[in-house]
Design a protein. Structure first.
Length: 71
């Protein structure tokens, strides 16, 4: 996902449980499940291996801006 901006938070300090926010124009007009499939497809075999748990947020750039403005 070449255009993606990614924010990663290690939730446990063990480097295998993460909260990840992915911002990409590729998510435009996609339902949440399709967005998650794109991200999981990018991560491949790392999920279930080096990445034990993943809390995932997927946003278009406009959604992300609105979210940040609301906080």
């Amino acid at each position: 996902m070449p255009d993606a901006v990614v924010e990663i938070q290690d939730l446990t300090g063990t480097a295998d449980h993460f909260r990840v926010e992915v911002i990409s124009a590729q998510f435009e007009d996609l339902k949440p499940i399709a967005r998650h499939r794109l991200v999981y497809g990018t991560l491949g075999a790392h999920v279930g291996g080096a990445i034990h748990a993943l809390a995932l947020g997927t946003h278009t750039p406009d959604e992300w801006r609105r979210r940040k403005q609301a906080t």
